[in-house]
Design a protein around this ligand. Sequence first.
Ligand code: HAM
Length: 423
Amino acid sequence: MTRSSRPKGTQDFVPPESIKKTRIEMLFRELATVYGYQEVVTPTFEHTEVFIKSSGSASDIVQKEMYTFTDRAGRNLTLKPEGTPGVVRAVLENNLRLPCRLFYISPCFRYSRPQKGRYREFYQLGVEAIGESSPLVDAETIIFGATFFTRLGITEFTIKVNSIGCRHCRPAYREKLLTFLREKQKKLCPDCQTRMEINPMRTFDCKNTSCQLLLNDAPLPKRHLCPECTAHFEEVIDSLKSTPFNWKLDEHLVRGLDYYNRTTFEYVSGVLGAQSSLGGGGRYDYLFEEFGGPVTPAIGLAIGLERTILALPEGSPFNTASRRNLVFIVWTGPAEMAAARELLNILRQENIPALMTYEPVRVKRQFHLADIAGARFCIIVGEEELKGNLYALKDLITGEQSIVPAEKIVPTFSSLRLSSERI
Ligand code: HAM
């Protein structure tokens, strides 16, 4: 039988790389919880219309990138290309009380050309603050993402921010942009010629250099804001001014999805190459109405997990996946093995990750097994140790060795204790 390989554009997360993923997800959960978000889990696939009516029929996602299929009963379904539409549908379908803050960690699927930082299956870490309209929430959401990257040790990023107006100021702006684009129509790429008639702002995301050059002279949304949008954006900017983060106004930033209004933002990093966006988001005050819901202001962001891993600097504690917080117990003979098993139970009851082998193998082989398991610490249970009611410890990262009295063994490892009860 020939070996199978994974589909193009997908990735395996195997140890020790998978530890980075787990740690990043745990930090995200923690920080989202600290900011008052609760977890939401929506299906991996939705009715296709959920994405068409959110992302917009002129968006690249809907036009080129969706994994759409018909199920055996003839339903038209799509694997989620992003998290937001499913969350909006779920909030309405489950009649959640508003305001509510929801976070998710979810695989997403986009049929795009794979390259460094761009995959067909990737993970998004997202938050959605639903039912809040204050510009201070916009600032808080932007700061949330920046704080997350900073806690990971990622400091080389810039936050691009812009405002793209609301349903009051946008129609006049749309006409102005459309007039501009129609004058240049013949010079635009075929995609832009179609896009502009559906949503002219979509032309700003075109990757084609000649379209980009033409758009340098285009009228920009931020210069056509109504007084309310201007005041909203000024408050967002004022809040950002008092943060330590690197941010800049980017008047061309419209984002690749149709549902945004007012504030849009993106975190970009120079270390990522062409796929420079670590994450992004914005306000989407009209999306609930698209789903038949009441007027509901909302704002959110999503961060790409794979790009975050790529951006982790050498020295980040989240990048040192070579050893995990695991205690490996090494024993020297049958009597010591019985004692080792007792100790294994005690540690596990204390929620301290621990492992040993039950195979009758030499001590050297057991250290090798500890290495394969990626354990950070070894406890050695030998004849001498048993007699003296002591354990020998070895830190496999630093090589440090020490002797610990039996009753101190649990407190020694208490910092490794896991806890799922705190949320
Ligand atoms: P987005 O900018 O399309 O926004 O995606 C967010 C992030 O997902 C990107 O910045 C990037 O890090 C990651 N990402 C996107 N496509 C890929 C890919 N093919 N491979 C790897 N990573 C990728 C949204 O999806 C919005 N739903 C964000 C949002 C939430 N807006 C409001 N709430």
